[in-house]
Design a protein around this ligand. Sequence first.
Ligand code: ATP
Ligand code: MG
Length: 335
Amino acid sequence: MSIMDRKIVMSGIRPTGYLHLGNYFGAMRNYVKMQNEYECYYMVADLHSLTTHPDTKELRANVHRVLAENIACGLDPEKAAFFCQSHIPEISELYLYLNMLAYKGELEKTTTFKDKVRQHPENVNAGLLTYPVLMSADILIHRASFVPVGKDQEQHLEMARNFAQRFNFRYGNVFPEPQAFNFGETLLKVPSLDGSGKMSKSENQMATLYLADDDDMIRKKVMKTKTDNGPTEHNSIKPDYIENIFLLMNLVSNADVINKFEIDFNQCSIRYGDMKKQLAEDMVRFIAPIRQKATDIMNDEKYLQNVMEQGAEKGRKSAVATLQLVKESMGLKYY
Ligand code: ATP
Ligand code: MG
């Protein structure tokens, strides 16, 4: 493969709290797999966090946490550009240009916007409304083709394609149309343990498994998940909350273990207590080493500063080049 064919990848995570299993399987796992094959830009989306988290007391610690937990999961800052969004001012400039191509009506119809308005009616700010425009700028500034994200971001990616198309149509061909990406067949949504929506940094916190949870907390959360007395007919359809337990098991347990519980379910001999104990231990086995590594990295502030500086340098190189093309195409060049 020549360097010209090398596809560009971009994605980001907001520093709004502790990272969780959903972030890992929807996003971070793919970051790590992709960094060997593609030119990758990964970002701590600090500006995005301001749309819903105006209080910045925890921001610094959260930025460090996102950096450390990603690196603990295998992201290699030597292979990928790993930076903070606010360290690349070119993103904000492209955001301004793209805002002129985004319409109020389509932004108001975005599902995540409507959800956030419902949750926080006291803080419906313009940044929240234009979130998908900033996210498009994040992606388009590197002219990325692939965006590893979870299912909750699908609609935003569609909007990014629309803005790219509009720009290209009006001013000339600058941007590829970015696609959401997962190594599996489809985009993933890791459900919350209580079955209400997805695991999340900012919501459903008692029903979310965090990469920083200690062993007892993991066990406690898993054992609390809802079950029932079990099926009464062979080969029944699983209720949603049971389906979710199987889904979680599929992420961290061995195939033969999962298979055994599938058979037990189909033969009405399943014991959910045993299943949850097994799931809890497999979760502990998965999360504990990540937690320990992340704690060590987080304590090394000098290293994290180096990562941010090196990341910003790599990220800006690509951003400056795109912005120059953008301004030339738009006719913003007067001498
Ligand atoms: P917040 O609640 O603050 O919005 P979040 O948990 O939704 O936090 P984001 O920073 O918004 O996390 O998203 C980071 C990445 O993780 C995105 O690619 C998103 O699609 C993915 N992601 C978040 N939650 C899940 C989930 N439950 N299942 C799969 N992917 C997820
Ligand atoms: Mg989110």
